[in-house]
Design a binder for this molecule. Structure first.
Ligand code: BGP
Length: 473
């Protein structure tokens, strides 16, 4: 094994990422209203309930709501220079359509920012991460309704007003392209997928894109030093065979994801997308004002990366397997995680190059990691997790980030997903762990919630301290 310095630039931001609904808990404290996650006890693996149910692990989650001081101190111990977290919309607007925000909710994030400042950690804030207020889902069917744009604008305005002088980096919607695959989690749309028309789904997409661009416009007016990014679920797609038909199938699959970045960086819909709409008989309600708002393009593009997939035009071979929300056709050359997500570090370099070549905007890897079952063991009298599998996953992906930097791609930073164990978004399990910090909580809700440093904790601290020079390839 040789050690090499992949040459991360000076000032590269190193850290971790979480989402409010998966880490905070305190689901009904401090005046918070319910969000869609409070009725999604099974995540994506079961239907929502009418009202919150006591088996929902997200109600306590990792208890960051009460333990953020300790957790941020642990992040600082690893040397984080950035922490990506989301603000729970329903802490700020408990129903989502009120005129006035909830002061207690705002004060909570003041305290979080205080802690980050104390440790010199740059905040990277996701405005909406899969936690639409439940009232907006139940009353408006989420983003199908144009009214959501106004509610989101008001919410964004309140955040920029309150935190604009403390937060430089903002993301508008988490994995905005997942809307087409997970309409409830991503778009607060309660109409079940089988009854949801393409017309409504694509209209919801348009509303989110307008809201995202509107937030960018508002930020420019209110807090000019802010940098606004979009956030895309990256899923590099390879042809299953060398046939041109498979290559074309890849292009079409890519388009359904890339359109979101295209609009965010170019300020208008691309021709291939207008063709899709025409061919499906979808007529979007797009006003002149919408078109104008969409021209407010982002400063940078952020994305999550966990895996790649294959695509084929051959219906018999088109067997879609497990994966991050959209899944895809199994790649026979790759290994997979325990949850069937195929591991492909090189795909991260490919995604970085593709996005850079296409959009010419600085890129930020804001989610990456492996969900695995961890075992707490005693080593030299200390409880820890010997998670060499996680170290190897993260190492190999970071080496590819270094390769992309060497390719000339502008990469702003890297935040490891679920840097502290949290509840899984897709399966709602605690046992699907991503953390460098172990949280003592089980799938049945038992556990002390105590925190333990995993082996990967010390490993990541070294990577950060050496600005990537300790990575091995
Ligand atoms: C992304 C989401 C995250 C996160 C991650 C891992 O899609 O942005 O919220 O959870 O995937 O997924 P999971 O928790 O399902 O393993």
């Amino acid at each position: 094994m040789t050690t090499r310095a992949p040459g991360f630039p000076d000032g590269f931001l190193w850290g971790g990422a979480t989402a409010a609904n998966q880490v905070e808990g305190g689901f009904d404290e401090g005046g918070k209203g319910p969000s869609i996650q409070d009725v999604m006890a099974r995540g994506l693996s079961g239907p929502p309930t009418i009202a919150p149910t006591p088996d929902n692990l997200k109600h306590v989650a990792s208890d960051f709501y009460h333990r953020y001081v300790e957790d941020i101190a642990l992040f600082a111990e690893m040397g984080f220079t950035v922490y990506r977290f989301s603000i729970a919309w329903s802490r700020i607007f408990p129903r989502g359509d009120e005129e006035q925000p909830n002061e207690e909710g705002l004060a909570f994030y003041d305290r979080v920012l205080d802690e980050l400042e104390k440790h010199g950690i740059e905040p990277l804030v996701t405005i909406s991460h899969y936690e639409t207020p439940l009232h907006l889902a139940q009353t408006y069917d989420g983003w199908i309704s144009r009214e959501l744009i106004g509610f989101y604008e008001r919410y964004a305005r309140v955040l920029f007003e309150r935190y604009g002088n403390r937060v430089r980096y903002w993301l508008t919607f988490n994995e905005i392209n997942s809307l087409l695959h997970a309409p409830l989690m991503s778009g607060g749309i309660l109409t079940p997928r089988e009854r949801l028309t393409d017309q409504d789904l694509y209209q919801a997409m348009h509303h989110e894109l307008v809201a995202s661009a509107a937030a960018t416009r508002i930020a420019r007016e209110m807090t000019p030093q802010a940098e606004i990014g979009c956030m895309i679920l990256a899923m590099p797609t390879y042809p299953l065979s060398p046939s041109p038909d498979d290559a074309l199938a890849v292009m079409t699959a890519d388009h359904t994801n890339l359109v979101f970045g295209d609009v965010h960086t170019r300020g208008r819909y691309p021709g291939y997308f207008l063709r899709t709409l025409r061919e499906r008989g979808i007529e979007l309600d797009i006003t002149d004002e919408d078109r104008d708002i969409l021209t407010n393009t982002v400063d940078f593009v952020s994305f999550s990366y966990y895996m790649s997939v294959c695509e084929t035009a051959d219906a018999d071979k088109r067997v879609v397997g497990a994966g991050n929300i959209m899944g895809g056709v199994h790649n026979p050359t790759l290994e997979a995680s325990e949850w069937g997500w195929q591991i492909d570090p090189v795909g991260l370099r490919i995604a970085l190059n593709q996005f850079w070549d296409r959009w010419q905007k600085p890129l930020f890897v804001v989610e990456n990691g492996i969900g695995a079952r961890d075992e707490l063991v005693e080593t030299n009298g200390v409880l820890t997790v010997e998670d060499d599998y996680r170290i190897s996953y993260l190492n190999d992906h970071l080496v590819q980030v270094g390769e992309a930097v060497a390719d000339g791609v502008e990469v702003m930073g890297y935040t490891a997903w679920g840097c502290i164990d949290i509840v899984s978004a897709s399966t709602a399990q605690m046992s699907k762990r991503y953390g460098l910090i172990y949280v003592d909580r089980n799938d049945d809700g038992t556990g002390t919630l105590d925190r333990y440093r995993k082996k990967s904790f010390g490993w990541y601290a070294d990577v950060i301290r050496t600005n990537g020079a300790s990575l091995t390839s």
